[in-house]
Ligand binder design. Structure first.
Ligand SMILES: [Zn+2]
Length: 177
């Protein structure tokens, strides 16, 4: 959901339950409580993703739900508050693909690429398969490894497109199949 829409949905104070007003606060118009003066900040929504490569192929999942249902993306999901980012990425990979992975180095940090995208911030990690078996999870319609010449046409989200474009840019990859 677009951040502006998320902000619209915030109507009542989480502290005292009073109806919020829109007031200038800290340099922007924000929901402010006329009762207890609590200012509601819309925190960025954080997602984590894994770039898993095996035998020259990359792991993708086919999205079951909206947004972008039916399109392919890299395994990803929302991070819970207090969760370690790498542990969250490993958890999402297991949930979506059945593979036990170990997140290693940071691949890239992405800001929002699309208003309809779920996250404001995406942390993508390289990850290695250390166990498990490739089986699509409940929120994935399919999960498969793709070679450079086999990538599906329909890719969800600007961040996944950017990751695949970078992945293909490794010398030799775009011609080896
Ligand atoms: Zn209040």
């Amino acid at each position: 959901m677009h951040p502006a829409e998320r902000l619209e949905l915030i109507r009542y104070c989480v502290r005292c339950g009073a109806r919020l007003e829109r007031r200038e606060a800290y340099g922007a118009v924000r929901p402010v409580c006329p009762g207890c003066r609590h200012v509601h900040f819309l925190d960025p929504k954080v997602a984590v993703a894994v770039v898993v490569e095996q035998d020259g192929r990359i792991l993708l999942i086919q999205r079951r739900g909206d947004p972008e249902a039916g399109k392919w993306s890299i395994p990803a999901g929302f991070m819970d508050a207090g969760e370690d980012p790498r542990a969250a990425a490993e958890r999402e990979a297991l949930e979506e693909t059945g593979l036990i992975v170990r997140a290693t180095t940071l691949w890239e940090v992405f800001g929002r690429t699309d208003p309809e995208e779920g996250a404001d911030l995406l942390l993508a990690f390289r990850a290695e398969v250390v166990g498990g078996a490739l089986v699509p999870g409940d929120d994935a319609a399919d999960a498969r490894f793709f070679g450079p010449q086999e990538l599906p046409e329909a890719i969800a989200f600007g961040s996944a497109k950017a990751i695949l474009a970078d992945w293909l840019r490794v010398p030799g990859r775009d011609s080896t199949g």
